[in-house]
Design a protein around this ligand. Structure first.
Ligand SMILES: C[S@@+](CC[C@H](N)C(=O)[O-])C[C@H]1O[C@@H](n2cnc3c(N)ncnc32)[C@H](O)[C@@H]1O
Length: 231
């Protein structure tokens, strides 16, 4: 996808996304929140202090920003994206919540290194595979020593995820990536250890079963997965 492709979808992104994922019985708010809550819980379980600086790589219209703010009230949050129109929507929706910045894409990021957490949700399937290792290396360079990279992606092994992506107007270019391959690319970028966890097993009508998901992260059938890597 061209760097600015998401400009086309910025205004109607939320409504399109909402309609597209209706099959899951949840709304965009739920999906944005669970990712941040999952990462916050993992950082806590690792005994790490709350991050003071957080990067939301590919922040789009800012869906994660209020949840990052709620989870890490004292953190400085920077959202980075290639789509100026998406960033304009983000700034309008969440004034003062994060510093939403545009860049041209690629490994040269207009940032000051020292992030304790670099987070990214559903961005890499829009970026050419050949760029991934260099981007992960660039994100690693932005982390403080011991900082964490947490990246969420759709799981191509889950048929509902494949259906949602196949029917989503802004996923026309999407190339889904298996978790094992995604983690390998991060190791190639210099991350020593990369953990993979699967999430999103139960749709809205079965939400009572979701506490079980904590014991199912090894099962490669969840709708999404995330990788956790330490600098
Ligand atoms: C599906 S949207 C996800 C937005 C946001 N992370 C969320 O969860 O709502 C993908 C985003 O990735 C951005 N993107 C695409 N290529 C990028 C790149 N090379 N660097 C940074 N962001 C990029 C797009 O502009 C778009 O905002």
């Amino acid at each position: 996808m061209k760097a600015s492709e998401f400009d086309k979808f910025a205004e109607e992104y939320l409504a399109t996304h909402k309609g597209n994922i209706a099959i899951t019985g949840e709304d965009p708010e739920y999906f944005a929140r669970y990712k941040i809550e999952t990462v916050a819980a993992r950082l806590k379980a690792l005994g790490l202090p709350a991050p003071k600086r957080v990067l939301d790589f590919g922040c789009g219209i800012g869906n994660s920003a209020p949840h990052l703010r709620a989870a890490f009230p004292d953190a400085g949050i920077v959202g980075l994206d290639v789509s100026e129109k998406s960033l304009a929507v983000a700034r309008q929706r969440f004034p003062g919540v994060a510093d939403f910045r545009r860049y041209e894409g690629g490994a040269d990021m207009p940032l000051e290194p020292g992030f304790d957490l670099a987070f990214s949700a559903c961005v890499f399937h829009h970026i050419e595979a050949a760029e991934h290792v260099a981007l992960f290396a660039a994100l690693k360079a932005q982390l403080a020593p011991g900082g964490v990279l947490a990246v969420f992606e759709h799981n191509p092994l889950n048929p509902v995820s494949r259906y949602i992506v196949a029917t989503c107007p802004f996923d026309e270019d999407a190339v889904l990536i298996r978790a094992g391959e995604f983690a390998r690319r991060q190791r190639r970028a210099g991350f020593g250890r990369v953990d993979v966890a699967y999430t999103g097993f139960f749709p809205g009508p079965l939400k009572a079963l979701r506490p079980l998901e904590r014991a199912m992260t090894w099962l490669p059938l969840g709708a999404q997965y995330y990788t956790l890597a330490r600098a």
